[in-house]
Design a binder for this molecule. Structure first.
Ligand code: SF4
Length: 665
């Protein structure tokens, strides 16, 4: 397949066309490359990736960000050198991404006021940057060049300059953030100038033997900013200045167009790579963003939309993806599901990356699986994510594992989550775990309810209780009425709800089930495309049909915030979507009673009213379902309680606990 064919970029030959894109991992506190980051990349290199882009590497004191690696001065070179030796000994090539955040930097981390082309605060930091003087401009250009020279000294095969996502170079190129009236602001050529000078300085610093990649937003996706055609023209100018590779991503961090979440169709932004590819002459182009499936990646290459394919989260989720492809083990690939629970949501709040589907990511050295010397007979009760992962890991290590699940299907709450619009990728995790259990000969029995007598007859050496949670039904007058239904039942069985629906509870499940109901009766993406291309309806009418369903949905929440429990990268998207679909959100509102024809509530001012409803959906949380635990624990000392059965939390905690217990038995 083309994805696995070698490719030459300048003087550098890659063993295949799969690129591990740079990730802000949050793995180092002092900017130095240490064991954690080295082991992380060792596994990705071992897994067969062609090129690993390390970074962003901060280039100066202004660009300091927590947990990032640095190339600010020569003291950082030895760590990078060691990392390069490890990666390159395993056959992958390396690239250092040079990072300057401009107005996205914050004095909270750097201790100094950020700098930018113009003093315009970003909506991310709300901090007004200092307008760069000509001296600042020259210093930053030289800092890029010096960091590039250090990268080459440390052994990197190429360097990448970041000009994407709203960082410094893109701030100079965008009329939104560049209001200068000198030669670095104003018309197209002037706004290009800073980026062009950076590339020229880097080229001078490293010579003609080393490729220069540019990480570029294919479209800023900002009102009044540069669109895809302007960005492609910019790419052509940067190519003339000395760039030979473009890694084309989506828009800015401030953009209100979703780019990285599960509701973005996989590969949706390949057209941006194609647009750049059509604008440049000899440079190669990497397609990026939400590419989690090698079939899609291969298609982009065959169709000529791009020359290489970039994955970051895809290789976080499965470092062995390239190797599995080579060996024809496609079905064993553990796909990134775009949930952001472990990676971006953690980084946005100053943490470090984990991964929902790969509990080893970021702790590679401590979590190697040890083969067991004396296999145990292990019984896992519950086939949700925690139970399946525990069974997978225990069986991989050589235990004799049986899994009992009381429902017809495996998957637990993941199955329900996958029914929600834009959350369908949870299915990939269920599929991966199910396939693994088959492969590992785990004895799975569904529709099998556990009781203590049955467990004793089975006689396990170790028991893992992963029986999940059950929904809480609040003590509200009228809760037993026939018009009341639980959120999980709605997702599982799609009962007839009538036209007016009130949802009690505006946390994660309440907001997501609201989306599920509001989407009923809308037209799907294929119909939108069909109507649009055939001009069958005016665009406005098509938009209306796509975002207005047949239900009137109201969500009532007693907290002042809606969507608690949804990760930071996804919450704004769900709230934006609910608003677009006309769902009425009622925060700070208390439910007093449920009646046959509506829900009586008290608003923030204490006024009482009845919201008309044909159906009332309850989504106020869940509690552990572990009634057998104490009895089992007494009979079998090696008993583990994991996942929601221990305490209802996110799927990431469930999978990680499953992994840890599976590795501890
Ligand atoms: Fe992908 Fe979720 Fe893992 Fe992040 S945490 S790499 S989005 S599966």
């Amino acid at each position: 397949m083309k994805l696995l064919e070698p490719v030459r970029i300048g003087n550098v030959e890659l063993r295949n066309r799969i690129v591990m894109l740079p990730m802000h991992l949050g793995f180092c506190e002092d900017g130095k490359v240490g064991e954690r980051i080295t082991e992380f990349y060792r596994e990705r290199a071992q897994g067969g990736v062609g090129l690993i882009v390390v970074g962003g590497c901060t280039i100066d004191k202004h660009s300091a960000y927590w947990g990032m690696v640095s190339l600010q001065d020569d003291s950082y070179i030895p760590g990078h050198r060691q990392l390069n030796q490890v990666i390159k000994s395993l056959g992958a090539k390396t690239c250092a991404q040079l990072f300057q955040a401009g107005r996205y930097a914050t004095s909270r981390y750097s201790g100094i006021q950020p700098i930018a082309p113009s003093p315009i605060a970003s909506s991310l930091t709300r901090e007004v940057p200092r307008e760069m003087t000509e001296k600042d401009i020259e210093e930053v250009i030289q800092a890029f060049a010096a960091a590039a020279r250090r990268a080459v000294e440390a052994g990197y095969d190429m360097v990448e300059v970041i000009a994407s996502a709203g960082y410094l170079i893109s701030q100079f190129f965008s009329p939104l953030t560049n209001q200068r009236d000198d030669e670095y602001g104003g018309d197209f050529e002037n706004r290009c100038r800073f980026g062009v000078e950076v590339i020229k300085a880097v080229r001078t610093a490293i010579g003609s033997d080393y490729p220069i990649s540019v990480r570029l937003s294919g479209n800023e996706f900002m009102q009044g900013g540069n669109g895809s055609l302007e960005m492609a023209r910019f790419a052509a100018r940067l190519e003339q200045a000395g760039a030979n590779l473009f890694s084309v991503t989506g828009g800015w961090h401030e953009s209100r167009v979703p780019q990285i979440t599960m509701n973005v169709p996989p590969g949706a932004y390949s057209y941006l790579a194609r647009t750049v590819k059509e604008a440049v002459n000899n440079s190669q182009v990497i397609a990026c963003n939400r590419i989690n499936d090698p079939v899609i990646a291969e298609q982009f290459l065959i169709e000529g939309q791009a020359d290489l394919v970039g994955m970051a989260r895809g290789l976080m989720a499965d470092p062995e993806l390239p190797r599995k492809l080579e060996e024809g083990r496609w079905h064993e690939i553990r796909k990134c599901i775009g949930c952001n629970q472990g990676c971006l949501d953690a980084i946005f709040v100053g943490g470090s990356c984990r991964c929902l589907v790969n509990a080893r990511a970021g702790r590679e050295a401590q979590t190697r699986l040890r083969p067991v010397e004396r296999p145990k007979k292990v019984l896992v009760i519950g086939g949700g994510p925690a139970g399946m992962e525990a069974a997978r890991v225990a069986a991989t290590r050589g235990h004799d594992v049986t899994l009992w699940e009381k429902e017809v299907n495996l998957g637990g709450q993941l199955e329900l989550a996958a029914a929600i619009p834009g959350r369908q990728d949870f299915v990939h995790l269920i599929d991966y775990l199910e396939d693994s259990l088959v492969e590992l000969a785990v004895k799975v029995e569904t529709q099998k309810e556990a009781d203590i007598g049955e467990i004793k007859r089975f006689g396990p050496d170790a028991v893992v209780i992963a029986t999940g949670a059950r929904p809480i039904m609040p003590d509200i007058p009228g809760i037993d009425s026939k018009n009341v239904v639980g959120a999980w039942e709605v997702l599982a069985f799609e009962p007839e709800l009538g036209k007016r629906v009130v949802i009690i509870g505006g946390g994660a499940v309440g907001c997501e089930v609201a989306l599920f109901i509001a989407r009923m009766g809308t037209i799907d993406a294929d119909t939108v495309k069909f109507l649009l291309l055939n001009e069958a309806e005016p665009v406005e009418r098509i938009r209306e049909l796509a975002q207005r369903g047949t239900k009137e949905v109201v969500v009532v929440e007693q907290d002042k915030n809606m969507g608690r429990g949804i990760g930071i990268s996804t919450r704004w998207i769900i709230l934006q979507e609910l608003a677009r679909m006309g769902v009425q959100l009622r925060p700070s509102t208390k439910v007093i009673a449920i009646e046959e024809d509506g829900v009586v509530v008290s608003d923030p001012q204490g006024r009482t009213e009845k919201i008309p409803a044909d159906a009332v959906v309850v989504a106020v949380g869940s509690k552990p379902a572990n009634s057998l635990y104490e009895e089992i624990k007494q009979a079998f000392p090696e008993t583990y309680l994991i996942g929601d059965a221990k305490e209802p939390r996110k799927a990431l905690e469930a999978v990680h606990e499953g992994f840890d217990v599976g590795n501890a038995i």
